[in-house]
Every structure is written in C-alpha cells, then in structure tokens.
Design a protein around this ligand. Sequence first.
Ligand SMILES: CC1=[NH+][C@H]2[C@@H](O1)O[C@H](CO)[C@@H](O)[C@@H]2O
Length: 496
Amino acid sequence: PAPVRLADVVPAPQQVEPDAAEDWLLPPDAVIVASADPAALTVAAHLAELLRPATGYPLPVTDTTRPASAGGIALALTDDDSLGAEGYRLAVTRAGVTITAVTATGLFYGAQTLRQLLPPAIESPVPITERWMLPGGTITDAPRFPYRGAMLDVARHFFAVEDVLRVVDHLARYKLNHLHLHLTDDQGWRIAVDSWPKLTTVGGATEVGGGPGGHYTKADYLRIVSYAAAHHVTVVPEIDLPGHTNSALVAYPELAPDKVAPPPYTGTEVGFSYVDPTDERTYDFIADVLGEVAALTPGPWLHIGGDEAFKVKGEVYTGFVERTQRIVADTGKIVVGWHQLAPAAHVDGRVLQWWGTNGADPGTLEAVRRGARLILSPGNHAYLDMKYDPDTPVGHDWAGLIDVRRAYDWDPGSHVTGVPDAAVLGVEAPLWTESVTSLAEIEFMLLPRLPAIAELGWSSPATHDWAGFRDRLAGHGPRWATAGITFHRAPEVPWP
Ligand SMILES: CC1=[NH+][C@H]2[C@@H](O1)O[C@H](CO)[C@@H](O)[C@@H]2O
C-alpha cells in the first residue's frame, strides 16, 4: 500500500507541514516517554496498548524523571495554550515522535493521529511483519466544535456493555468526545433506578420484536462511564420525557394518565405514550430518576428527550418541560433536549439537539435568541439509522437515504437558517435501533459515515472537500478490515 501521508489523517488536521527528510522508522527498542503526570502516563499506556499487538515491540512506558533513553515517542504536556483544551502538536523527525498538548485529552488525540500515520497493518491484533514507517513533518491540530458525538439507542434493542465499549472505541478513533445513550423508550427502560426498581425489572424485560431486552445495573453504567472517560468521551444519558414512556407506564401504572398499565410495547410506532403531566407523583418520579442518573454521571449534561409527545400539547407541554428543566438544574447538570423543547422557557446553559430536515425552524431560532445553543443532528445528514441506499438491510428511510457524501456535504455552522456559528455547540450522529440488533449492524451503519460527521465536528470549513475526504477515507477501509470491524463498502468511496 502507498505510504501514509500526514495529510491523510481523518478528521483533516488544522495544519500539516510534511518533511520527507524527517521520515522515521519505529525501532523495536522504541520507548514511550511521558511527562511525569498521571493523566499523561495513562495516555502513554493507551498508546502502547494500541501499538504493541501489531508491532510485537515491548514499547516500555517511562516518564521524564528517568534518564533519557533510545529514540522514541514523547508525550509532553506544555503550557502553550495556543493549542487549546483539545489541541495537540505532533512532530515526526529522524530522532522520533513528539506529541505536545496542554491537556491529556490533547495528547490522546495526538496518539489517535499517530496511529493513523502508521501503515494500516498497525490495526492487526497479532504481530505482523511490516516496516513501521512514519512520515516526517509536523501537524498542529485543534477541533472546531467542542461537542462531537454519536448516540446509541439502547432502548429499542438492548446492547451489552461490551458492545457499547466497542462503540466508544470507534468514537475515540475519530476524536469524537460525547456518547449520548438513549436509555429509555416505549420498548424498554435500560438503566436501574433504586427508588423505582420495576422500571428495569418490568420495564427492561422486553424490546422491539419481543426479545428479552435487558438493562444496565449501576455497576454496568459506571463501567461504561469510566471506559468512556479513559477514551476522553463524556457520556450523555437521556431519560426521554414526557413521551416515549410506555415501558415506565407498564412498570408503574400510577404514572399513566388513566392509571391503567398498558401492555408492554414491542412495535416501532411513536408518539402514543406519555406520563401524566397533571399528577404530582410524576414529578416525584422525575426527581428520583434524574437525581439517581445525575449522581452516576460525571459529565455536565442530562438529556430529557422531549420529542414526539403528541398528546401533551401547548401550555401543558411547556409547563411540564419547565418543571423538568428545573429538576435537572437542581441536580447540578445542564439540560439537553430534542429541539421540541424550544417553546419552554430558557434555563442557563440549555442545549437543544436539532433533528430537523429542512434547515430552518422558527421555534428553535427563537430559543437560540433566548440563549440556547444547538447540537446539530439533521435527520437527512446525521441520522445514521437511515439506509445508505435501498438495498441497505437494516435502518429507516423517513429522512431519505444517506450515503457517505450526504453525511459529509453540509456545514453544522451554517445549517440552520439564522443560527450563528457561535450558537452551535457541535454535532451528533444518532443511531436508532428499531431494526439494528447486533454490534456488526451498528458498525455497518456507523462506518464509513461516522468519520464524515467527526470531520464536520473537528475540521475547519477551509478543508471541507468531498473528493479529498473520499480519498482519505478510502485508506481507512484496510484499517477497519484489519481490526475486524464491520463496515459498508460504500460504492462512492475508492477503497484500495
Ligand atoms: C428524536 C427522534 N424521535 C424519533 C425520531 O428521532 O426518529 C427516530 C428514527 O429515525 C425514532 O427512533 C425516534 O423515536
């Protein structure tokens, strides 16, 4: 395969200065030297874990307090704050590699870039003979938006912790930093709540199609949160309210408007269920649930859904949302919700996740004028549950077909009419799972479109170019294949 070039990295780096005179061959005795800082050493250990299997090299990790050793890979914290909280500088010279950053997160992103600069064989889980060449030169890089994420719907179909951890790996590979977990819906409640145990014992016991469903214990959720944190990914839990709540009503009929338990729902319709917005008991429920989920969640965000509550209208809906927003604030978290929350009063820091398909929305624009920021998830560009083409075996097509180009060819900063770039917090690619039932199907829908969304979240509009992106992406097919990751060989990408 053609040697990897600095400019091949996905997402496209901010600044690339190749220098072929400085190409470097990773030697078997290479050492990884990190700043004597626990977080930097953790990144160094992560990098060693990435490089050891395929190279078979020992790649010992040490820190700068010990005597300098053979040529190697240095991970150095710096106070050069021109790089920002997530930026890094990566230099390859004949003496070795140096990654500098202000934070461990920046070092981690430099490590992801370094991984991509090695030949695709670096993804092999077992030692493979290869010249571990690195292209000489310097990359200076930093993200455009602070929020770059994906959403996994674990309610329609339940996915084991291990599957969620693999999704975290795919996010980290492309410098995405948020994982939104859609934890509750009509078909299943997936997060244990001590004060309302039947939410999972009853509400978690099925899923679309009638399978056994499942749920995360608090220990499971903490495993996901800590693995995500080790990959510099923040978990955003969603408790969808007031709609999409059939599973909670099955468990606790007192929450239902008619106080009668509906049958468990294993279909794929939306908009028919809601918790009783006129009953004080509902707000006890919400305060208990959000309190327990917030206590388990280190990140600042708590997502309360708000979508498709078709039977809760006008003042009743905005009154419900305003009370729920206040409950979120009482937990110390910042509220996120689908853009249907817009008519409800603004609260500090509120973020609306926009999933429209027509580039304009007066209500959302008004909410932005009152201080809301947006996460862009346009249904017709970022909804990765949409089919690539009519033959895609799983997924939807209500927002149209989304091939790789459609996932790439839009600009989050100017997508919603009237919303200024400064009001855009970032992007997120939702994957709804009504028809997705395995990790392989998750990977098939995410790859190769997730890197497109990742590039829109990270890279400058100045480097936005479909032909260039398509060619860079082509080089990642062999990486996924070598790593045993399922992906769609989209015909619009010139795979090698
Ligand atoms: C925010 C939102 N609510 C709906 C909509 O997105 O479409 C999804 C399928 O694409 C569906 O699963 C979800 O319940």
